[in-house]
Design a protein around this ligand. Structure first.
Ligand SMILES: C[S@@+](CC[C@H](N)C(=O)[O-])C[C@H]1O[C@@H](n2cnc3c(N)ncnc32)[C@H](O)[C@@H]1O
Length: 291
């Protein structure tokens, strides 16, 4: 078995899953607002774990309602790097996966939906349209083939190597629950810090359009989350929330009102394409903190 050596520098490690709403690019702007010392870090809506993997804390909690993304992270956490790479290359060979072999991709998709092995899902995603996570209501992966584009490139392999080695250095507890269930069970210390990156109420990602087999993100959920944040604040527990206040013509009125009580950081200001963003009124990305 080959032994992969990993070169780590201090830059941001991005998730090898192309997750909708992934925060890898925004992290350099977000992280300076995080506390200097954290004992317990909670990534409550972790998705591809872009945030959790870059945090220094004694204990890191990674939670998401989507069982399949948590299964992949668990697989990356618990298996040796060389085994992970070997498994991926084995499936690429077995199904003759390439940028053009649609048949091989479809065959793997059928096989994955029959046995739900996390590493098959990861490999499948690498050859799928926009590298996305998409399930139907029966929880079958249904993203189409990424014709002429998607593949497990050397760049993606290096991204995976860096992510896995970083993940394995850390003390991580994984869970797959709705945010309410997850938070109910925790005991927060004075140095705890919670990061919230929920689906955005006024934009649509394939995980929150109601047709992908997962619970929809709607106004009652948004209100419940904001109430919970007020509760955390009353308990002097520190948190940060990522979101957008406006998107195209829409405004999140609940969040606008809520944000007046806390510190609001306008991330668009720092974007290179901010003038484009504001001119077109595309979105207004913010970070909200209570400390
Ligand atoms: C914006 S994404 C998080 C992206 C992540 N921060 C990253 O950088 O990869 C939002 C996540 O919330 C999860 N989610 C949706 N509803 C949820 C709920 N009720 N409880 C917990 N997680 C939920 C989705 O599965 C999705 O992974």
């Amino acid at each position: 078995m080959r032994k992969t050596t990993v070169r780590n520098n201090n830059t941001i490690v991005a998730s090898p899953m192309n997750y909708i709403g992934g925060k890898a690019k925004l992290l350099p702007q977000i992280m300076p607002y995080f506390p200097a010392y954290i004992d317990n870090f909670y990534d409550v809506f972790a998705g591809g774990a872009n945030v959790a993997v870059n945090i220094e804390a004694e204990q890191i909690f990674i939670n998401d309602i989507n069982k399949y993304v948590i299964d992949i992270i668990k697989y990356f956490k618990e298996n040796e790097l060389d085994k992970i790479l070997e498994d991926i290359h084995l499936y690429i060979k077995k199904y003759e996966l390439s940028k053009t072999n649609r048949e091989g991709f479809l065959k793997l998709r059928i096989d994955y939906n029959a046995d739900k092995k996390p590493i098959k899902l990861y490999t499948l995603m690498c050859y799928s349209f926009n590298y996305q996570f998409r399930f139907n209501n029966n929880h079958e992966y249904n993203n189409p083939f990424g014709t002429d584009r998607s593949h497990f490139s050397k760049t993606l392999e290096n991204k995976l190597i860096r992510f896995v080695s970083k993940l394995q250095e850390k003390n991580i507890i994984l869970s797959c629950q709705s945010f309410e269930e997850f938070l109910d069970k925790q005991n927060f210390t004075p140095n705890s810090f919670l990061y919230f990156d929920p689906p955005y109420l006024i934009t649509t990602g394939s995980y929150n359009d109601g047709n992908r087999g997962f619970k929809n993100w709607t106004v009652p959920q948004e209100k419940k989350l904001l109430e919970y944040l007020d509760y955390l604040n009353s308990q002097k527990v520190r948190f940060a929330l990522s979101n957008v206040l406006s998107h195209k013509e829409k405004e999140n009125e609940f969040l606008v009102k809520f944000s007046k009580k806390y510190n609001l950081i306008d991330l668009d200001k720092h974007y290179n394409n901010s003038s484009y963003n504001t001119q077109k009124g595309i979105s207004n990305e913010i970070l909200l903190t209570n400390f």
